[in-house]
Design a protein around this ligand. Structure first.
Ligand SMILES: NC(=O)c1ccc[n+]([C@@H]2O[C@H](COP(=O)([O-])OP(=O)(O)OC[C@H]3O[C@@H](n4cnc5c(N)ncnc54)[C@H](OP(=O)(O)O)[C@@H]3O)[C@@H](O)[C@H]2O)c1
Length: 257
């Protein structure tokens, strides 16, 4: 294990592709992993793999939309095992449908509660402990979809753009107190969520490769861990182009119902 790696890491959505790969990337002797998900079998299997790599693990089955339960859990965990790194990774996606019918309000609420509200609540729960200790690191899982709204996934893009803004603001506020905040913006990574997303998926990465890039970015305390390079550049250019031009490019690339 490299010396600069955190010793206590909490990952939400650890039962998913990216969360699971991150857990395995951090698993090493001397490291304590706190792994959250809803799927018990996947949590158990992941925990076994991390233990085999020498880590100590605690698993927790919870729906992150239950804000009160999440806060109670975090306070308990942080008291027993002060957290060095918290990766707010749990998330979901919805889309306008293949016929362009649109997102239902129930789905939109579920998505905002999962991607945004629960993540902000998680930050609120971990911050008092980190501020008291004058150290800690919080990584928010945004997406390259935060740069410019894709017509097929309006609410998902909105939630990830909000997380990007939130993380950038937190970083500026908390850096003088010794707390690091990073925004993670992956492109396409093989996962159930990615598979269900409409539209092309250029430069698709494996979760293992994504985890490697994220771990290195967090170690270097990069403000924005955005990848892969060609898609990062392309989506950033969309965000600084005239919106009419950006829309035309997206339509030409088949990002439509
Ligand atoms: N894959 C990509 O291309 C891509 C690109 C950019 C950003 N991201 C972001 O990366 C993160 C991980 O996504 P992934 O690709 O690894 O997808 P995934 O394999 O579908 O994993 C999603 C994870 O989120 C958890 N989750 C979802 N809703 C939850 C809830 N209400 N309560 C608790 N846990 C919940 C799932 O837990 P259970 O399965 O146990 O329910 C699962 O662990 C997401 O925030 C996603 O937006 C992904």
């Amino acid at each position: 294990m490299k010396s600069k790696q955190p010793l206590t890491v909490l990952i939400t959505g650890a039962t998913g592709a990216i969360g699971g790969a991150l857990a395995k990337a951090y698993a090493a002797p001397g490291v304590t992993l706190i792994l959250q998900g809803r799927n018990r079998d996947k949590l158990t299997a992941l925990s076994s793999a991390c233990i085999a790599a020498g880590a100590l693990t605690y698993t927790h089955e919870m729906d992150v939309r239950d804000i009160a339960a999440q806060k109670e859990w975090i306070l308990q965990v942080d008291e027993q095992t002060p957290l060095d790194l918290v990766i707010a990774n749990a998330g979901m996606n919805i889309n306008i449908g293949s016929d362009g019918a649109g997102e239902s309000w129930e789905e939109v609420e579920m998505l905002l509660n999962t991607n945004l509200r629960s993540t902000m609540a998680l930050v609120h729960a971990v911050l008092p402990g980190m501020r008291q200790r004058g150290k800690g690191q919080i990584a928010l899982m945004s997406s390259l979809a935060a740069y410019f709204g894709l017509p097929v996934t309006p609410s998902y893009c909105a939630s990830k753009a909000a997380l990007k803004s939130y993380g950038e603001a937190l970083r500026g506020w908390l850096a003088p107190e010794g707390i690091k905040v990073n925004v993670i913006m992956p492109g396409y990574v093989e996962s159930a969520m990615c598979q269900n997303m409409p539209g092309p998926k250029p430069f698709l990465l494996t979760p293992e490769r994504a985890a490697q890039i994220i771990q290195r970015g967090l170690e270097k305390n990069r403000p924005r861990i955005s990848f892969p390079f060609p898609l990062n550049l392309g989506t950033w250019l969309l965000s600084v182009s005239h919106p009419a031009v950006a829309q035309r490019i997206l339509s030409w690339m088949n990002y439509r119902a």
